[in-house]
Design a protein around this ligand. Structure first.
Ligand SMILES: Nc1ncnc2c1ncn2[C@@H]1O[C@H](COP(=O)(O)OP(=O)(O)OP(=O)(O)O)[C@@H](O)[C@H]1O
Ligand SMILES: [Mg+2]
Length: 411
């Protein structure tokens, strides 16, 4: 049993404060991913948990014990680094058994040797490297070497696994395969794991919960769905997703039941707004590229022909949701008007890079067959339920009726 508890964990190097007041509860058997851009303090957090770095302030609890002053050797953590170094002169079996051999000398018992052989065999079978036990590292593929490095940590049956970008040395294909293997391995072993990466794909596939770290601070802790669908703030909204969320901070105006921003470049039903938002103050609005769709042509001609005079009342009725044709409701949609600047055809889909009349960019991920031409004006819509609102000053998420829950936002 090893849950991990971090309380007010902080680290400074001289006057440089690199980890600030991190609180985290990791459940026994949970797979936590620390996600953040380079230099945000991920490795420093991990190294403090492993005991390789002294804490400046705060507490680290592993399995109910305060370990701040415990040396790494008595914390029973297994660590896998990005630059794992295997002993080149030892075979795979020798590398796997290395830490055990050190223990065996201490115990000095014969039976221990038999025990060790069994552990090496079992670990190698688990990682499917049992057929290369007599090989040396230089005779192995990248993936096999990575598995030996993992095996060295696994064989000691640690209470906690700490992994610092363990796959980043591998090529893209192998990385994807290995991350699935890691997920399977975790399902089998259920060892409490903290995994560091700046790769959101790894985080989204591996994590029970993701901790988004920025500038030494936790911005959000939540499941992949929490952080992706309900980002706690504009940083998380931009950081996750590829491309990240379209975000605009604009002064709103109310026209009838609609909220209109930038003279109609953006329009949405005012009823969807968070309480108190949009009254005089600017509003930050976010929409993910994949939630945007090309508006269907309204009756009376395609909406995509010709620019629309700013602020005029000729907004496509269907797109605006004010008077749906044929009884089908299109209300509850957020509408954007933009000019198409660049089209990126990516096989499975089309990325449209456009600009609003304000000059701000829009990225939409459309169907590969979408009828869009460079230079034309188009109307894009998204369900208003998929539209995110943030405080323009703090960047914090504003909770709405359609997206009420929010897990693990920064306090
Ligand atoms: N021993 C050290 N002495 C001084 N500053 C350090 C030390 N180790 C780390 N830092 C600084 O602390 C900050 C966080 O570093 P850390 O290695 O934790 O980042 P990271 O999130 O792991 O980044 P990356 O993704 O690039 O590995 C950086 O600004 C780094 O320069
Ligand atoms: Mg690092």
């Amino acid at each position: 049993m090893a849950e991990i508890r971090l309380r007010g964990l902080s680290k400074s190097f001289g006057s440089n404060s690199v980890v600030r007041n991190v609180d985290l509860d990791v459940k026994d058997g949970e797979f936590i991913v620390l996600l953040g851009s380079s230099g945000c303090g991920k490795s420093t957090v991990l190294r403090m948990i492993a005991g390789l770095e002294k804490v400046t302030d705060g507490e680290i609890w592993i399995g109910g014990e305060l370990v701040n002053d415990e040396p790494p050797s008595s914390r029973n953590v297994g660590m896998v680094f990005q630059n794992y170094a295997l002993y080149p002169h030892l075979t795979v079996a020798g590398n796997l058994g290395f830490g055990l051999a050190a223990r065996r000398r201490g115990r000095g018992r014969r039976a221990a040797r038999e025990d060790e052989r069994r552990q090496i065999r079992e670990t190698a079978e688990l990682l499917e490297i049992d057929h290369v036990l007599t090989h040396r590292p230089k005779e192995l593929s990248g993936g096999q070497r990575q598995r030996v490095a993992l095996g060295r940590a696994i064989i000691r049956r640690p209470d906690v696994f700490l992994m610092d970008e363990p796959l980043s040395n591998l090529d893209a294909n192998l990385r994807e395969r290995m991350r699935l293997e890691l997920a399977q391995l975790h399902r089998k072993l259920r060892i409490t794991t903290i995994y560091v990466t700046h790769d959101q794909g790894e985080a989204l596939t591996l994590a029970d919960r993701i901790v988004v770290l920025h500038d030494g601070q936790v911005h959000q802790v939540g499941t992949a769905d929490d952080v992706y669908d309900r980002p706690a703030d504009t940083y998380v909204a931009r950081f996750l997703g590829s491309p990240g969320m379209n975000l605009y901070t604009l002064p709103p105006a109310r026209i009838g039941d609609d909220l209109v921003l930038a003279d109609g470049a953006l329009r949405l039903p005012a009823a969807a707004l968070p309480p108190g938002a949009g009254d005089g103050r600017p509003l930050s609005i976010g929409i993910r590229p994949e939630h945007l769709a090309l508006a269907a042509d309204p009756p009376g001609g395609p909406v995509s022909q010709g620019p629309r005079p700013a602020g005029s009342g000729d907004f496509p009725a269907e797109a605006a949701g004010t008077s749906p044709p044929d009884g089908a409701t299109t209300a509850g949609r957020t509408v954007l008007r933009c000019r198409v600047d660049i089209l990126e055809r990516l096989g499975s889909h089309l990325l449209v890079h456009g600009s609003l009349s304000t000059g701000q960019t829009v990225i939409a991920r459309l169907d590969a067959q979408a009828a869009v031409r460079q230079g034309e004006q188009i109307v894009l819509t998204a369900r208003t339920a998929d539209t995110h609102f943030f405080d323009p000053d703090s960047g914090d998420r504003l909770v709405t009726a359609s997206m009420p829950q929010l897990a693990g936002a920064r306090a």
